[in-house]
Design a protein around this ligand. Structure first.
Ligand code: NAD
Length: 362
């Protein structure tokens, strides 16, 4: 029997509520595929600050290093908002990604047909669906480049940020995107600003070079300003969008808005070794925490991504997706996606409905 150790980092607010439902679904998958998932929970974020004074205690980091597969909820909340930036709960997720060398952020934006009305786009644009995966480089670019800072001038200040990319950093994220595209619709759109930026010119050269090893994948390049328009005009043209840290930050949020609710969107952060973090893209939602209103679908789909990318079980991920689609088609909705005539359910019921559906599949 295959055995996997999974670290659960539920965190704060709705984090623990949605992680619980994702675990419920993983347990059903474990029984079906005779896999033993061994879950170990650890402290992170505000919950960790309360117990240890540190948003990412040493023990938690060590556990993540040894167990490798991490299911993260969300961190943060009003209680810790006044702490200095490097002591706040949100520091934990940035530090985890950095210390575990997770350089590839995968953010799928998939439109559930029965929720097409929640998309701000017109029906005629949505009729062929949206199924995009943004692959964002996570450790380089203007967010980390040196020099950075602020200097006093005779009048006012000068502030500096520096965009830096090495060919090695571009090459490894490009390889990741092409490998993933092999298992999708075999198209990569690389997004840059090569008409203006030196880093983007290097980006385009390296991506083009890497693409030669993947003749079965269609590659096209788009400038970031064009891509932001195309996402709204014709999102169906995209399969995998490959891009740097800053453009990826903005475009992945734009892509997620096309889908409707933030409670539906999963993500994965991967590295060179097989350590990976899977997490919903939403935060701890203090406004609804403890009220059983949280939509657990983003967390459940994040567990699905773990099955696909860490355990090479794409068929199990497909079963989860199919169960989510079918539950939504039957009209069950948490409050964030509820409309008149729908069947209102709470967090736990939504998780159970999805889990029970999976049990009925062959
Ligand atoms: P948020 O994502 O927590 O909430 C934004 C809005 O979306 C809220 O109205 C919330 O109720 C709703 N929402 C979010 N997830 C939902 C779900 N699963 N089901 C139903 N509704 C959902 O963003 P915010 O309000 O800007 O931030 C709240 C806290 O979370 C802050 O402390 C912020 O720093 C933190 N945060 C953490 C992460 C993370 O842990 N990765 C990400 C973003 C924000």
């Amino acid at each position: 029997m295959a055995k996997y150790n999974i670290v659960l980092l539920p965190g704060d607010g709705i984090g623990p509520e949605v992680v619980k439902e994702a675990v419920k679904v993983l347990q059903v998958i474990g029984d079906k595929y005779t896999i033993s998932f061994n879950f170990t929970e650890a402290l992170v974020g505000g919950a960790a600050i309360e117990e240890t004074g540190d948003p990412l205690p040493k023990e938690t980091l060590e556990l993540c290093r040894t167990h490798k597969y991490i299911l993260f909820g969300a961190v943060g909340g009003p209680k810790w908002e006044d702490l200095p930036r490097d002591k706040r709960p949100e520091r934990a997720i940035l530090d985890l990604r950095k210390k575990l060398e997770l350089y590839a952020n995968l953010r799928p934006a998939y439109l559930f047909p029965s929720l097409a009305h929640s998309s701000p786009l017109k029906e005629e644009i949505l009729k062929n669906g949206i199924d995009i995966l943004v692959v964002r480089e996570l450790t380089g670019d203007i967010y980390f480049g040196e020099p950075r800072g602020r200097e006093a001038l005779e009048y006012g200040y000068k502030a500096i940020d520096t965009a830096v990319y090495t060919s090695r950093e571009i090459e490894r994220i490009a390889r990741k995107a092409f490998e993933i595209a092999k298992k999708r619709r075999k198209k990569v759109t690389s997004v840059d600003k090569a008409n203006v930026l030196e880093t983007s010119r290097l980006w385009r050269e390296v991506v083009t070079e890497v693409s030669k090893k993947y003749p079965q994948i269609e590659l096209n390049h788009q400038y970031v300003d064009n891509c932001s328009m195309q996402l709204i005009k014709n999102p169906r043209q995209f399969d995998v969008i490959l891009t740097g840290n800053m453009f990826g930050d903005i475009l992945s949020d734009e892509a997620s808005m096309l889908i409707g609710s933030i409670g539906l969107l999963p993500s994965a952060s991967l590295g060179e070794r097989d350590i990976a973090i899977y997490e919903p893209i939403h935060g701890s939602a203090p406004d609804i925490a403890g009220q059983k209103k949280a939509n657990p679908i983003a967390a459940i789909l994040s567990a699905g991504m773990m099955l696909k990318y860490s355990f090479d079980m794409p068929e199990a991920e497909e079963q989860i997706k199919k169960a989510v689609i079918s539950t939504l088609e039957e009209g069950y909705r948490t409050p964030d996606i509820l409309r008149e005539g729908d069947l209102p359910v709470d967090t736990e019921t939504m998780g159970s409905l999805i889990a029970e559906k999976i049990k009925t599949y062959k």
